[in-house]
Design a binder for this molecule. Sequence first.
Ligand code: FES
Length: 109
Amino acid sequence: MNDDFVTAARVTDVAPGTGKAVIVGEREIALFNVAGVFYALENHCPHQGGPLADGWLDGAVVTCPWHAWTFKLSDGKMTLGDFARVDTFEVRVEGNDVRISRTPQSTAQ
Ligand code: FES
């Protein structure tokens, strides 16, 4: 599965404390930089499809810009309850390339 990762951005494209929507295969992914650590989530909020990449970051939590649902970047789960989540994707930084897996991470916890 090594070829599962695609280069989606440059490290310098996403400043610390910000997010950016990128395309990975057929998906739109919200890529976030939290103090130099990158996280990748499905960009479409499960509520009504709001763009999470345009949301507000508070540490490793993003707030949807449309109706303020909040998701943990680490596992895509809502902070207020376990009734909705977004897919997360493994990220690898190689030099100045940010590479994202096309395959959602396992939801098994
Ligand atoms: S679309 Fe995200 S909270 Fe409504």
